[in-house]
Design a protein around this ligand. Sequence first.
Ligand code: PLP
Length: 386
Amino acid sequence: MENSLKETSRFLQELGITTPSVVIDQPRVRANIKSMALRCQEAGVRFRPHFKTHQSGAVGAWFQEEGVDGITVSSLAMAEYFAEFGWRDITLAFLLNPLELPRLGILARYLASRRGRLGLTVDSPAAARLLAESGLPVDAWIKIDAGYGRTGVAWDDAEGLNTIGQALGPGLKPVGLLTHSGHSYQARTRTNLQAIWETTLGRMRFAGDILDPAHRPAISVGDTPCCCTVESLAGADEVRPGNFVFFDLMQLEIGSCDESQLAAAVACPVVGLYPESGRLVVQGGAVHLAKDSLPGPHGQALFGKLGTLNFDEGKEASPGPILHQAPVVNLSQEHGVISVATEDFQSLLGDLEIGDLVLVWPVHSCLTCDLHSHYHTLDGAVLPRR
Ligand code: PLP
C-alpha cells in the first residue's frame, strides 16, 4: 500500500508548489468562521474579528458571508489594505503611533466619507492629546491593561483613566475600552480560561464605571483561547479573536481547538533524508515557519509537526492526522529538521524521496502566514495576501 506521505506529496506537487508555501483547507476555515460568528450571535456580542492572522482580501470575503461588517487590524498598512477591499469599519488595535498621523488622517477621512469609521487606541494622556488636536474623524478607544501587562492603562488606575478621558476632550469622547488578555496563552484548562475571561470582564466594567458610571463605555475584549472556550461570550460588547480562523499547534496545546479545526499548514520540499540518525530535513526554516515554539515531550523546543492529507474516493483532499511522532526540532534560517525515531523511520516515511513535499503544522499560524505572500487552497485556488 502506498505511503500516505507519498500521496500527499504528489497532491501538493499537482497544486504547483515548488517552494515552502502555506496551504489552507477552505471548508475548515469557513467552519471556524461560522462557529465563532454563531457564538457571538448567541451571546448578542458584536463580532469584530482580528484580520492580522489571514491578512487576505479573499479570506476576508468569507467573513462577510457570515455577516461580519467590522474588523480589527494591527497596523495602518493592514487597515489600508482592507479598506481597498471595501471594509469601512476598521479598528486599528495597536497604540497610536503619532508619526503616522498624516497617513492615518487620509484613511480616517476616506472611511468617514463612505459612512465608515477608523477606530484608534490610546493609553496615555500624551497620545490622547495628540489625537484630539489632530481633529481627525476617528473613534477613540482607551486601551486597558486588565492583567496581561503589555500595554494599556491599569484597569484600576482612576486618575490615569480620567486624565486620558479629559485629554481626549469633549470632541473625542471615548467610544469604549479595549483590552487583550494575552496571558490566556499561558492557560491550559477551560477553568483557567473561564477565570481569565471573568476577571477581564470584571476589571473592564470597573474601569468603565470610573470613566462614566452613567453611560458605561463599550467593552471590547478578545483572544482566541478565551473566545473559543468560555461558556458564553455574553458580558462583552464586542470580541476580537483572530487566530481561530486557522488555529495552530499552540491553540491545540491550550485546548482552544481540536485537530479537526487546524486549517493552515506549510508545504515544504524534502531536501535531506538521514535514516541512520533519524532526521528528515526540509526547505522550511525560520523564514517559512517562524520561530515560535512549544515545549516537546522531553522539554526540547518543538517548532512544528509533520502532517498528511486524507483522500476520499474522488481524490478530494482534506487534512489528515498530525504525526505527533515527527516534530520539527530545529530551525535555522532556511532549514527545518524533523526528528523521527530511527526504528520508525522506514515505517513512517516509507518511500519518501528528496524532492517530495511534506506538510508541516506550525506552532503559531499568525506569524507563519505573515511570512508568505499567498495561500494555496486544497481545492486548487491561489489566494493572494497582503
Ligand atoms: N486584539 C489585540 C489587541 C491583539 O493584540 C490580538 C492578538 O495579538 C487579538 C485581538 C487577537 O487575539 P488572538 O491572536 O488570540 O486571536
